[in-house]
Design a protein around this ligand. Structure first.
Ligand code: B12
Length: 368
């Protein structure tokens, strides 16, 4: 690792390890500066400020460690919308960011502050600039818009039977499974996220929609196996404690429909088991998914372990998920071979990368 990278990593680690202490100081100073907050939010408000500040510091630390100001900026614009639903204003977020900056300067010194300053400034520009409203993911002009809305509304009403019937009807009418995944499941899930973020639905509804979507996806299981097999093999895993697994499952199913043999591991798999599985399955491609920014460093560590394993020299590693969609250069930082924004594009990217490597079964065959 070069010296520049190391400074960012060390600073990130220092902020992470002191997040609790720093958050206490920021919370105390916030309430000293704005005693009226006690009246606005009551005693719980102080606890929430503390928790949110720890979260903010962790995002700052993680963004620093992977040197992605974009990720921190995107987080702040997300936070601004989220907190507006709880009557926390953009100005309150700005005060918090400034106090975080000052705390880091005083506790860790000017040199460290210089590293984080661009992140704090970019964060502040998000607080001031962006609108509070988020556009719907179920717009009229999207393909299958009517069915997607019917599906989504049924789930919000707790009626997964109607949601399932909506999908099965499309299947019976010959609509490709890929379209259903993309325009119904993915769009509906993104909309669920938007509604949760803007405080229009609660966590229980979010969980219900996700569980029902997973159930309905599994009803499509018999349809995803195509007749023609390509000979390629994919292992797909979430990173560490990442709980968002639907995107990866969707990706694995797309590869299966494209004729690949896929091994979907889901969430919470230790590194050594992933490495063992990749070897055992003689995978051509390993797909790693991360949704939460604070898991990205683990993606980097997993890829480093893969690169250190001699037998995996020709393995192609693809990464994806929300942080990689926000910062389109991030895949390079974690040492992956490629990235794609969605399941469709992932297949194209995997095929493109394999065409350049010796691990293509078609190429191996023709070389014999
Ligand atoms: C469902 C959900 C959950 C469920 C997950 C259940 C499950 N079994 O998967 C639960 C309740 C566990 C959850 C928890 C949390 N969540 Co959540 N969640 C969501 C939600 C609503 C949908 C996720 C989803 O299913 N997406 C649909 C799939 C199809 O899309 P996708 O994941 O983007 O995948 C596609 C691409 O990204 C890409 N891709 C994905 N992986 C890979 C890998 C490779 C190799 C490639 C090439 C491509 C690729 O291809 C996929 C298919 O096209 C999102 C909203 C959103 N916008 O995604 C929030 C969201 C991700 N969650 C969020 C948050 C904050 C959390 C929590 C911290 C708090 C909470 N809401 O409870 C925790 C953190 C948990 C953790 N430790 O991981 C925020 C993140 C905000 C941010 N800026 O970081 C979001 C964006 C909600 C929001 N709008 O505020 N969540």
């Amino acid at each position: 690792m070069n010296e520049g990278n190391d400074r960012y990593k060390q600073t990130g680690l220092a902020i992470k390890s002191k997040a609790g202490e720093f958050a206490e100081r920021v919370t105390r100073e916030t309430y000293e500066m704005q005693p009226e907050l006690m009246g606005r939010f009551g005693p719980n408000g102080r606890r929430r400020t503390m928790e949110d500040t720890v979260f903010n510091l962790n995002y700052l630390a993680e963004s620093l460690m992977i040197q992605s100001p974009k990720l921190f900026a995107s987080y702040i614009s997300w936070l601004k919308v989220l907190l507006a639903g709880y009557h926390v204003s953009a100005d309150d977020v700005a005060v918090n960011l400034r106090l975080i900056g000052e705390t880091v300067r005083e506790e860790l010194g000017d040199e460290v502050y210089q590293l984080i300053e661009p992140y704090v400034e970019l964060g502040l520009s998000q607080v001031e600039g962006l609108p509070l409203e988020l556009e719907t993911f179920l717009a009229d002009e999207s393909p299958l818009a009517e069915e997607a809305r019917a599906y989504h509304n049924a789930l919000l009403e707790g009626d997964r039977r109607t949601a399932s019937v909506t999908v099965m009807r499309l299947v019976e009418n010959g609509r490709p499974i890929r379209d259903i995944y993309r325009y119904i499941f993915q769009a509906s899930q993104y909309e669920v996220g938007r509604l949760w973020q803007t405080n229009k639905i609660n966590v229980a509804q979010e969980h219900y929609c996700s569980a029902a979507t997973q159930l309905i996806m599994s009803q499509l299981f018999p349809y995803i196996f195509s007749g023609v097999r390509s000979g390629y093999r994919l292992v797909a895993t979430c990173i560490g404690e990442e709980l968002h697994e639907i995107g990866l499952r969707m990706l694995a199913d797309y590869f299966e429909m494209d004729g690949w043999d896929t091994y979907y591991l889901g969430a919470n798999v230790p590194t050594r088991s992933i490495v063992a599985e990749v070897k055992k399955r003689e995978a051509n491609v390993l797909a790693i998914s991360a949704t939460m920014t604070y898991h990205v460093h683990q993606v980097k560590e997993l890829i480093a372990s893969i690169r250190e394993t001699d037998e995996l020299g020709s393995l192609t590693v693809l990464v994806g998920g929300l942080p990689f969609n926000i910062d389109r250069e991030l895949w390079k930082q974690v040492g992956a071979d490629g990235y794609a924004p969605d399941a469709d594009a992932a297949i194209q990217e995997a095929r493109r990368l394999l065409a350049f490597s010796a691990s293509s079964p078609e190429l191996e065959e023709s070389a014999k």
